[in-house]
Design a protein around this ligand. Structure first.
Ligand SMILES: *Cc1c(COP(=O)(O)O)cnc(C)c1O
Length: 439
């Protein structure tokens, strides 16, 4: 029995979500459109199997075929990233980072040094609300006043704090990462370097962002962002890492299973293998190149409309707009843009004085719209719509008191849903997205 007969409620919601994804400009930089082939692999009988353990070392019978699936995924990851070891079992990025810490750090004793959440680090890089910050000691670093990484300050902090692991790779950083410098800093204090390339994997594969392989000991990537696969993650160990610690690969594998997880999601493993295959070759390279070209075109147009960009621009897939100079709060801007059919997320900016729920900026990126085939010409249109939409709400006075803010947001949502100019933009967005079907 198919879904629409068995569960019409869920079937209808899926249809509606599909329509939403089709009609809007999906510009959250961590999102993308997985291919039909990837989704096909996800929705298969592989979801029925239990395969605790690793290929050829399983705790359950009946895994001969699953072994072949997982070996293919592992071999493709090793080949694509040019690393000697890959674990494709982590359920997602957060459990993958947790496994790395669990493998290498003594709880409540060893230190994780990662970029502060408020500056664009991930929750799992030592944020106090996350298990990474609750179970381990943490040493947060920050960005410089210009919104760029300040390597001298990072080096100084590492030398004084002696972290056991340094994490580089971010969620809201629009510039290139100097992995070589991070590697030197980690080596100089005897720390492991974890490169969390979740956001930029696709750019690294395409050769438009420096590769961490020669400099990092461990590399973690999610599989559902610029890689365009299913939700999931891969942890890799480099030659350098194996030299530093010959047991590194074993430690990581043991931390994933049995340390943190039970049975791997074999359907997800198969879909990761499919995505890795699709990432080999010229078309994916062109895709990665176009993501960056689009991001830079969008950044320069936004600049033209007087927007203040954190880090003064973009050389990857994302842009962080500091809205303080426009006098608009990020949560207000994000809602207005959603009504206009442009989906972004509110985000803190470096040295933000506002709380994370009402931050001063918005974060947007080009991976998903580039998957639809949009190019520089479309970026100009999008920048104009963003500017028009934010102009619509520039006179909204954002209250300073907490209670007043909650009341304000309620009224604002109702007002903005009825804004004719925003709805007009949404119609133009729909006309554009119509011309760029999701592949
Ligand atoms: C997305 C992301 C993660 C976590 O991935 P989830 O799959 O959401 O758990 C970890 N690190 C970075 C840098 C990310 O961007």
């Amino acid at each position: 029995m198919n879904l629409s007969k068995t569960d019409p409620q869920i079937a209808k919601l899926i249809k509606l979500e599909e329509k939403r994804q089709t009609e809007v400009l999906e510009m959250i930089p961590s999102e993308n459109y997985a291919s039909r082939a990837v989704m096909e692999a996800l929705g298969t009988v592989l979801t029925n199997k239990y395969s605790e353990g690793y290929p050829k070392k399983r705790y359950y019978q009946g895994n001969k075929i699953i072994d072949e699936v997982e070996i293919l995924a592992i071999e493709r990851a090793k080949k694509l990233f040019k690393v000697p070891h890959a674990n494709v079992q982590p359920y997602s990025g957060s459990p993958a980072n947790t496994a790395v810490y669990f493998a290498l750090l003594a709880p409540l004793k060893d230190k994780i040094m990662g970029l502060s959440l408020a500056f664009g680090g991930h929750l799992t890089h030592g944020a106090p609300v996350s298990i990474s910050g609750k179970y381990f000691k943490t040493v947060p670093y920050e960005l410089g006043k210009d919104g760029w990484l300040d390597y001298d300050a990072i080096e100084k902090l590492a030398k004084s704090q002696k972290p056991k692991i340094i994490v580089c790779g971010f969620t809201a950083y629009p510039r290139k990462i100097d992995f070589k410098r991070f590697g030197q800093i980690a080596d100089s204090v005897g720390a492991y370097l974890l490169a969390d390339i979740s956001h930029i994997t696709g750019l690294i594969i395409a050769g438009v962002h420096p590769d961490p392989v020669p400099y990092a000991d461990i590399i973690m990537t999610t599989t559902h962002k610029t890689l365009r696969g299913p939700r999931g993650a891969i942890i890799m160990v480099t030659e350098k890492g194996l030299k530093k610690d010959p047991e590194l690969a074993e430690k990581i594998d043991k931390a994933v299973f049995p340390g943190l997880q039970g049975g791997p999601h074999d359907n997800q493993t198969a879909a990761i293998a499919v995505a890795l295959r699709q990432a080999q070759g010229k078309p994916f390279k062109r895709y990665g190149e176009q993501i960056v070209k689009n991001s830079q075109a969008l950044a320069s147009s936004l600049n033209g409309f007087g927007f203040d960009l954190s880090g003064s621009g973009s050389d990857n897939h994302l842009i962080l707009i500091d809205l303080r100079t426009k006098g608009v709060n990020g949560s207000v801007a994000a809602i207005a843009l959603e009504v206009a059919g442009i989906v972004v997320n509110k985000n803190g900016v470096p040295f933000d004085t506002m709380p994370p729920f009402y931050p001063s900026g918005i974060r947007l990126g080009t991976p998903a719209i580039t998957t639809r085939g949009m190019k520089e010409k479309e970026m100009k249109k999008i920048a104009k719509w963003i500017s028009l939409a934010i102009d619509e709400v520039k006179n909204e006075r954002f209250p300073t008191e907490k209670e007043a803010r909650i009341q304000f947001m309620k009224g604002f949502r109702i007002r903005v849903e009825h804004n004719k100019n925003l709805k007009k933009i949404a119609q133009e967005v729909k006309n554009l997205t119509n011309k760029f079907p999701i592949p």
